[in-house]
Design a protein around this ligand. Structure first.
Ligand SMILES: [Zn+2]
Ligand SMILES: [Zn+2]
Length: 287
């Protein structure tokens, strides 16, 4: 990695968002790269997929983020675009707890590159509950941080869009939405979901700041071969050997760093210097 003045210094980038993400992203890009990030006006990012499911996302998370960034770039007529895309569900390692996956992409039409970073988020309020009344769900409301975090209400069974209300941030609105949705649901219950859109979810906004720092940091690192910005980790290689029998385990053996513009890659051993793992993690010693 070579340190030099970043080529984006003083330039403008457009952020495709309908949900106020510039609050989390713009200050980081200004401080780290001296890039001025402005939200795209009049871009319908919901057309590419919504959390509440009216519009399913078609491509991968990365493809959707790039498509969003391109919408903003076309609208603002700028060569640099930023977009992020989140998905929430069971934790990949511990399925009983919820987790988030957040990806942020920087599309650069001057170099023809896309640089992206992602984050697995352990701290999320992502949750839902089914109920016919407000009273039994006070513990749920406290757990998901309502009303500082917004909610979505819909009929639990049947035609969910008939009484879908998003962005609920006060108790009277929540109560009437639950009553209306429960009355229309085949089972008499409303489904209450956390609203994961950034402007209604301060916890998510915080993860976007962390991710923006990762992405801005990557954009300030340069390929040792071609000097393009965006040098960083592209994959990990598993197979750290067992200290008893040398069998390859699922533990990470090395990290591969790569360039966004050329094919140059560099494989590095673990940053923590570990060259073996214990027999407890070994498929041969501890099947
Ligand atoms: Zn390169
Ligand atoms: Zn072993």
């Amino acid at each position: 990695m070579t340190k030099r003045r970043n080529p984006f210094f003083g330039r403008r980038a457009v952020l495709a968002t309908m949900h106020g993400k510039e609050q989390a992203i713009a200050p980081v890009f200004l401080a780290t790269l001296n890039v001025i990030v402005a939200p795209a006006e009049g871009v319908d990012t919901d057309a590419l997929g919504t959390f509440s499911g009216e519009t399913p996302r078609r491509g991968t998370v990365l493809e959707t983020a790039v498509a969003k960034a391109r919408l903003g770039m076309e609208r603002a007529r700028l060569p640099f675009g930023i977009a992020s895309e989140g998905s929430f569900g069971p934790h990949p390692l511990f399925p009983i707890i919820p987790a988030g996956f957040e990806l942020m992409a920087f599309v650069d039409d001057e170099r023809g590159t896309t640089v992206h970073e992602s984050l697995v988020i352990d701290e999320t309020n992502f949750a839902h509950i089914e109920t016919s009344r407000m009273e039994p769900i006070t513990q749920f409301l406290a757990q998901v941080g309502f009303p500082s975090h917004g909610l979505i209400v819909r009929p639990n069974v049947g035609d969910i869009e008939t009484a879908l209300v998003k962005g609920i941030v006060n108790f009277p609105d929540l109560q009437s939405a639950i009553q209306a949705a429960a009355a229309l649901s085949d089972d008499g219950c409303a489904r209450v979901d956390t609203d994961m859109r950034a402007h209604l979810n301060p916890t998510r906004m915080k993860s976007l700041t962390t991710l923006a720092m990762q992405l801005a940091d990557r954009l300030s690192r340069f390929c040792p071969s071609c000097a393009a910005p965006g040098w960083g980790r592209v994959k990990v290689i598993r197979g750290l050997p067992c200290e008893m029998c040398e069998t390859a385990t699922e533990w990470v053996l090395s990290e591969v760093f790569g360039c966004a513009a050329c094919t140059h890659q560099d494989e590095r051993s673990r940053a923590d210097g570990l060259i073996h793992t214990g027999p407890a993690n070994c498929p041969a010693c501890n099947p």
